[in-house]
Design a protein around this ligand. Structure first.
Ligand SMILES: O=C(O)CNC(=O)[C@H](CS)NC(=O)CCC(=O)C(=O)O
Length: 274
């Protein structure tokens, strides 16, 4: 049975400082070695505006952030889910989640489908992710040695159809790297994640940003791993840190066999491309 770890970060503006944070967290991985480690959304550069994102954006397969993660995966012999980093996409950037295997090869990419354009009663007030982000156009599921992984990001959690589609395509685990705000996180974070886990009978792996960031924006933390019955099996409430859990695929199969919601479903989900 595989162990997975989600890393909670307080990412700053620059890769130099965030790289040091990633390194420090990897040095604290549990003795029961995880096979998969997940980083939060915007782990490499966060909360310092569009010019800063542009400076950190990399072409797919090139650049210091991807090179570092590839080496890190290999060095620690773990799969690494690189929450999101800005990947050049035309004249803009995709908020891309990249998966590296334990040999350091980049083997899956998912671009955030739903962009966070919303008003929130916090000190940022207006979020306009679509101003600088190129949305994805594909749903992504990938086989790993520890289960079939569906990929999602942050605000996507509010769109249950995506998660039903991932389950329909065989997902057993779903990654949800996030930078969920403090205000919306307090109201909705655990409920949304647990609901997606329960209704789709999957493990939800949700590393989040925590604390105050360069532009004063605040994120909620509470990074968590939720099992297919909806139980929060690991959580890092506040501060930087690591939450780890062992995946029990027999228990997942039992939940599905006892209550076959996928077979009972009377609705069909269709992904609408742009
Ligand atoms: O833009 C960046 O640098 C990194 N990306 C983010 O911080 C994104 C877009 S602004 N945040 C979210 O999606 C929060 C969603 C959320 O909090 C909710 O759904 O309530």
């Amino acid at each position: 049975m595989a162990t997975v770890s989600v890393l909670q970060m307080n990412s700053g503006a620059t890769w130099a400082e965030n790289k040091a944070k990633v390194e420090a967290l990897f040095a604290q991985l549990p003795a029961a070695r995880p096979q998969l480690v997940l980083l939060p959304e915007a782990f490499s550069c966060f909360g310092a505006g569009e010019a800063n994102i542009r400076q950190h954006a990399e072409p797919l397969g090139q650049g210091p952030v991807q090179e570092y993660l590839s080496a890190l995966a290999k060095q620690h012999n773990v799969w690494v889910l690189a929450g999101t980093l800005p990947i050049l996409s035309g004249t803009r950037y995709a908020a891309a989640s990249l998966l590296f295997n334990a040999q350091g090869a980049q083997c899956a990419r998912y671009d955030k489908l739903h962009l966070f354009d919303a008003a929130v009663a916090d000190n940022t007030k207006q979020y306009r992710e679509s101003r600088y982000t190129q949305p994805g156009s594909q749903v992504r599921v990938v086989d790993t040695p520890f289960g079939r992984l569906g990929m999602a990001i942050c605000y996507d959690v509010r769109f249950p159809e995506l998660f039903r589609q991932l389950r329909t395509e065989g997902a057993e685990l779903i990654s949800l790297p996030s930078a969920f705000t403090k205000v919306t996180g307090k109201a909705h974070w655990d409920i949304l994640i647990r609901a997606r886990a329960i209704e789709n009978q999957v493990y939800m792996l949700a590393p989040n940003q925590w604390g105050e960031h360069a532009d004063g924006r605040e994120t909620w933390g509470h990074s968590m791993i939720v099992d297919p019955w909806g139980v929060v099996v690991a959580q890092q409430s506040s501060g930087e840190g690591i939450a780890s859990a062992t995946l029990d695929m027999k228990a997942l199969e039992a939940v599905r066999a006892n209550m076959p919601v996928l077979a009972h479903n009377r609705f069909e989900v269709r992904f609408i491309h742009e």
